[in-house]
Design a binder for this molecule. Structure first.
Ligand code: BTN
Length: 246
């Protein structure tokens, strides 16, 4: 992965650039990186603050050799890779907040947005976009309490290029493992060891119900396994609920 790289000083969204490249037939592993985004996208229709010079905005094109209904697992493969890549470069301990966020000292450091193109005319491809707060020292008011950057956590500025390379190296390795096992069982130990809230009580906020449960781990299919207070186990799909620590 990462042999085919597009670099932009400024673009609307690297996820859009990769979707376009994918539609035009670009190979698996194509990478788009921008210094700044003018229309950075977050999950649930939110925007992703994307100023110049201080962060990593990257998107990778994946052409999975399986039905794209399992695309949500690719988010977990990426989350693992980003967490490992960061720890390869810096002496920090990061955790994964299932399914999409990377957390450091309780604050959000990385967001991941997976989007897929599944029009019948095209070969399906998946865009996995990653935003890493690298050298930001100030955040918009709405997220000032909940966001952090590597610079703030490590106490020194962090170079972006080696970090991107480390993430891509880990992604290549993990994707290989993922294809071999065809599920997340091969990555489970790594993923679980970084899972925030594992072994703790969490609040599950679904559309239909809310309840407190005990987070047990991740299934080979990438669901969060929890134990309800009545002792029954539940497997939760990403996208259906949000999870809060209590
Ligand atoms: C989230 O809401 O947590 C996901 C944020 C994902 C942001 C990244 S930055 C690179 C890529 N391009 C985008 O427009 N979004 C993703």
């Amino acid at each position: 992965a990462g042999k085919n790289v597009f670099y932009y000083d400024s673009t609307d969204s690297t996820n859009l650039r990769i979707r376009e490249a994918g539609d035009a037939g670009a190979p698996h592993g194509t990478l788009a990186v921008a210094d700044r985004q003018t229309a950075g996208r977050g999950r649930r229709g939110r925007t992703w603050e994307s100023p110049a010079g201080s962060s990593i905005y990257m998107s990778v094109l994946l052409r999975p050799e399986f039905k794209p209904d399992r695309a949500s697992m690719l988010t977990l493969v990426m989350a693992c890779s980003v967490a490992q890549g960061i720890m390869d470069c810096e002496a920090v301990d990061v955790q994964i907040k299932w399914p999409n966020d990377i957390i450091i000292n309780g604050k959000k450091l990385v967001g991941i947005l997976t989007e897929m193109s599944s029009q019948i005319d095209y070969i399906n491809h998946v865009t996995v976009g990653v935003g890493i707060n690298v050298n930001m020292t100030e955040f918009p008011e709405e997220i000032a309490e909940t966001a952090t950057s590597l610079r703030l956590e490590c106490g020194h500025p962090v170079k972006r290029a080696p970090l991107i390379a480390a993430v891509m190296r880990r992604l290549e390795e993990n994707y290989e493992t993922f294809l071999e096992t065809e599920d997340l069982s091969g990555l489970m130990e790594i993923y679980s060891s970084m899972l925030v809230n594992r072994g703790r009580d969490v609040l599950i906020l679904g559309t239909k119900e809310q309840y407190q449960a005990h987070a047990l781990g991740i299934s080979p299919e990438g669901e969060l396994i929890v134990r309800r207070q009545d002792g029954t186990e539940e497997r939760i799909c990403a996208g259906e609920v949000s999870v809060r620590g209590v």
